[in-house]
Design a protein around this ligand. Structure first.
Ligand SMILES: [Zn+2]
Length: 375
């Protein structure tokens, strides 16, 4: 998948948009400018409709952003560390470093978004009435009215009880609180989500062949999007659950090859990087492990200086945040890697000795393996 485009940072959260957003944006503005507004406010010039369409689409984007920020803000207040949101036009995906571990937290986070949409719908409805009484300027009142309506639609769409929609999360949280079985709660909620997606796809298809092209395409698009999201988020959760109870020492790589800190970078490249094809090596000095040297560190130094620079001066020094213990949970290790944006941690035992190394790839491999086995 293509990388999302970074836009800006708000409340400490990086906002980016998915490429598909542009396609949907154009489709949306176009269907408003050529369909909805000419039917609701007849008699205006075409450029006026285009301006109304574009403004409405941008406003919708902001409303979706506010909806998503309400989820993320609540998450962060509850101690979940959300640093990035990727927006699609129908919603967003927060980059979760970990799932909420209490049903009540999940419920609060899930409710925050629809609540924001409800408030927005009411605000636009009141604005519309105020503008209508004061100026009676049809283009503005109809844009306001549309925004009230679209926020209401977002609210209704999002509270459909299919995972990963908010309604599905609410259902899952309630089920989870009642039974204590997160896996089953997720399975039920994603099935409903998939069922609803299939309904939308079939409905969209029949709309298209019966001549309602634009609403049909919308239903189809949303259905496909939802189907993929339901499938993907369920699989992701199963993977995460499969890591429960797994300790770092169970999956780390032991017998790690280390580099003596005193040797030069040229020597390290020749004798270690070229020979073993690892991207990083722990560095030892006479007192034990002192750091980690990766290809990235080497690349940061000009080639002419390699023979004269010691590994010790180029490596990343060992810091407590970048170290794992053999008995740490792998889930904890994964969220640490995601929040530090580091792909590889050293594992140090109580005695301060190097016990192994754990990479994100090791974790992924073990997750895939376990999910394959459990089906
Ligand atoms: Zn939401």
């Amino acid at each position: 998948m293509a990388r999302p485009i970074n836009l800006f940072k708000i409340l400490g959260i990086r906002i980016s948009i998915d490429y598909t957003w542009f396609i949907v944006f154009i489709l949306f503005a176009w269907s408003l400018a050529y369909g909805y507004y000419p039917a609701h406010v007849p008699g205006l010039a075409i450029p006026a409709y285009i301006v109304m369409g574009v403004i409405s689409s941008l406003a919708l984007f902001i409303c979706v952003l506010i909806h998503e920020l309400s989820h993320s803000y609540t998450s962060n207040r509850l101690g979940l560390d959300i640093k990035e949101i990727t927006l699609f036009i129908f919603g967003g995906m927060a980059k979760l470093t970990r799932e909420p571990d209490k049903a009540m937290d999940e419920l609060k986070i899930a409710v925050a978004g629809p609540l924001a949409s409800l408030v927005l719908a009411v605000v636009f409805y009141l604005l519309r009435s105020a503008v209508d009484t004061a100026y009676h300027f049809q283009p503005v009142t109809s844009v306001m009215g549309f925004l009230a309506y679209i926020n209401l639609a977002l609210l209704i769409f999002n509270i459909i009880p299919g995972f990963p929609l908010d309604g599905g999360r609410i259902l899952r949280a309630v089920w989870w609180a009642k039974t204590g079985d997160l896996k089953k709660a997720t399975r039920v909620a994603s099935r409903i989500g998939k069922g609803f997606a299939i309904f939308l796809i079939v409905y969209g298809f029949f709309q298209i062949i019966s001549g309602s092209f634009v609403p049909g395409v919308w239903a189809l698009l949303i259905g496909v999007f939802l189907q993929q999201a339901a499938e993907g988020s369920y699989r992701q959760l199963i993977m995460k659950l499969s890591l429960e109870g797994v300790k770092v020492k169970d999956i780390m790589t032991r017998n790690v090859i280390t580099i003596e800190g005193g040797i030069s970078i040229s020597d390290a490249i020749e004798r270690y990087f070229f020979r073993y094809h690892f991207v990083s090596f722990p560095v030892v000095s006479n007192h034990g492990v002192v750091g980690l040297i990766a290809l990235g560190n080497v690349r940061g130094i000009e080639k002419e200086r390699w023979p004269a620079t010691a590994v010790l001066d180029a490596m990343e020094k060992l810091s407590p945040e970048r170290v794992l213990h053999p008995n740490d949970n792998v889930m904890h290790a994964l969220s640490k890697m995601l929040s530090e944006e580091v792909g590889r941690f050293l594992v140090i035992d109580e005695g301060g000795n190097l016990a192994g190394i754990l990479s994100r790839r090791d974790i992924m491999k073990s997750m895939e393996f376990k999910t394959e086995l459990e089906g």
